[in-house]
Design a protein around this ligand. Structure first.
Ligand SMILES: CC(C)(COP(=O)(O)OP(=O)(O)OC[C@H]1O[C@@H](n2cnc3c(N)ncnc32)[C@H](O)[C@@H]1OP(=O)(O)O)[C@@H](O)C(=O)NCCC(=O)NCCS
Length: 237
């Protein structure tokens, strides 16, 4: 097997309407309450305030970001991820991309609020949640938000660890916030994401993440797009 065939590339794109069905599949596997397709469509209709992204896997390098999404080029970190992980390939082979996670945020004046983030259970523990969170932070930075906030179930220690790693700290509690089981929500918030200290830490973490994703890609025994499809969509292929 050639080295190139063994690599899985992870990258981020803006969520578009045709992604919703797959996003909902991951959501069903990740949360006990779900948004309807219409809710997602409405979220996507207001891109100035609502930013939604998907994480994708591919067995071959995707074309440069601006060729895939000409209207969304130049969004700092996302472009960086591509250039760091993938190099600046101008080839456009016959590629299939598979959505492995997604995330979203609302922006309002100087605050951005993470509404959702999830990774397909098959792909968890490989740095993709962290990649998505970085994508969301970059979206927040691009709107000049100063703070990032979110709510997370008190019992969701895994997600809390991810947020703590990226400078979120507990800020308060919403009692019986989750309607399915009456669980409390922990409110978490960053300090200023525009501050020098936050950005220095962010870039340090990103450096480590790039290295981890390179390693994950090199270690993944995938030979072809069909192999990824089989892992990602067992009921369909
Ligand atoms: C939370 C979630 C998005 C993390 O995605 P992931 O791809 O598995 O996470 P990553 O591999 O990128 O790990 C990033 C960090 O998350 C934390 N983390 C991930 N898995 C963990 C685990 N099993 N135990 C503790 N912490 C964990 C760690 O801080 C980790 O950093 P580290 O590797 O340096 O320790 C994923 O578990 C998920 O989709 N959960 C269900 C949906 C959900 O709960 N979303 C959050 C709603 S608020």
């Amino acid at each position: 097997m050639q080295q190139a065939e063994a690599i899985v590339y992870y990258f981020i794109d803006p969520m578009i309407e045709t992604d919703i069905e797959r996003v909902q599949e991951i959501e069903q596997q990740s949360f006990s309450t779900h948004w309807s397709a219409n809710t997602y469509r409405n979220e996507l209709r207001n891109p100035s305030n609502n930013r939604y992204i998907v994480g994708k896997a591919s067995p071959v390098p995707p074309p440069p970001r601006e060729e895939r999404n000409p209207d969304t080029s130049g969004r700092g970190f996302l472009s960086n991820v591509l250039s760091v992980l993938l190099g600046a390939s101008s080839e456009t082979p016959d590629i299939r991309y598979f959505i492995v996670g997604y995330g979203g945020l609302w922006t309002c004046v100087d605050e951005a609020h993470i509404t959702t983030i999830a990774v397909d259970p098959i792909y968890r523990g490989r740095g993709i949640g962290e990649l998505l969170l970085n994508g969301l932070i970059d979206q927040a930075l691009s709107t000049n938000a100063d703070l990032l906030t979110l709510e997370v179930r008190i019992s969701n220690v895994v997600a809390q660890q991810l947020y703590l790693k990226y400078g979120f700290h507990p800020f308060g509690k919403r009692t019986r916030y989750y309607t399915d089981n009456g669980e409390d929500a922990l409110i978490m918030s960053t300090d200023s994401i525009q501050s020098k200290s936050y950005q220095e830490r962010l870039y340090e973490l990103r450096g480590l993440l790039f290295e981890r994703l390179r390693q994950e890609a090199a270690d993944t025994p995938v030979k072809s797009a069909t192999d990824i499809a089989a892992a990602s969509y067992p009921r369909r292929y």
